[in-house]
Design a protein around this ligand. Sequence first.
Ligand code: TYD
Length: 213
Amino acid sequence: MTSAEAARGLFVTFEGGDGAGKTTQAALLQEWLEASGRSVVRTREPGGTEVGVLVRDIVLHHRGEVAPRAEALLYAADRAHHVETVVRPALARGDVVIQDRYLDSSVAYQGAGRVLGPREVRDLSLWATGGLLPDVTVLLDLDPATARSRLDADDKPFDRLESEKSAFHERVRAEFLALAGAEPERFLVLDASRPVDELATIVRERVAASLAR
Ligand code: TYD
């Protein structure tokens, strides 16, 4: 089922490398939509449900190797449960769902490990979600060195993926940009080094246009 068939609501996802500012922009969009009277569900993957929190703990904090296919299946399992129990019901109510990361993250990150092809990772997620694609995907594009210095400024310890080498993060970035190039209608690509309020304005305009359709 496509997003149009699924619902009257709007499904907006934020994508990009770690440290690109997705959480900040998602929060600003939520604030603006709620101030204008829209009902919003803000959520994330991995970890948007109770089951998802357990999966998140494995994929982000397990010490040692997780086989690439197992890792892809864990993200897909989290996604399947999340879409079925949180995202689709919200869209069916007519809510705006603002989500930190979705299937493009799987394609970019699990694909960037070079073991799995982008196509098979995407197909796995489409199977897991019954084919649900976002209406709008905001890609906050940032060069990995800048992202790294933002993360270093935080005091939080790095998780498994944040600790990957810089070549991995370069491949993740390139894959996100390739995905955006392949679906220009769905993606809004923004230079994440621009000021927060400028980015927020552009995101609002895009979401407002989609809501007006
Ligand atoms: P995120 O929740 O954005 O991390 P944090 O809250 O620590 O900023 O994402 C966690 C990590 O999971 C991130 O490095 C990207 C990775 N990830 C995948 O590898 N595949 C996926 O399908 C998803 C959704 C995330």
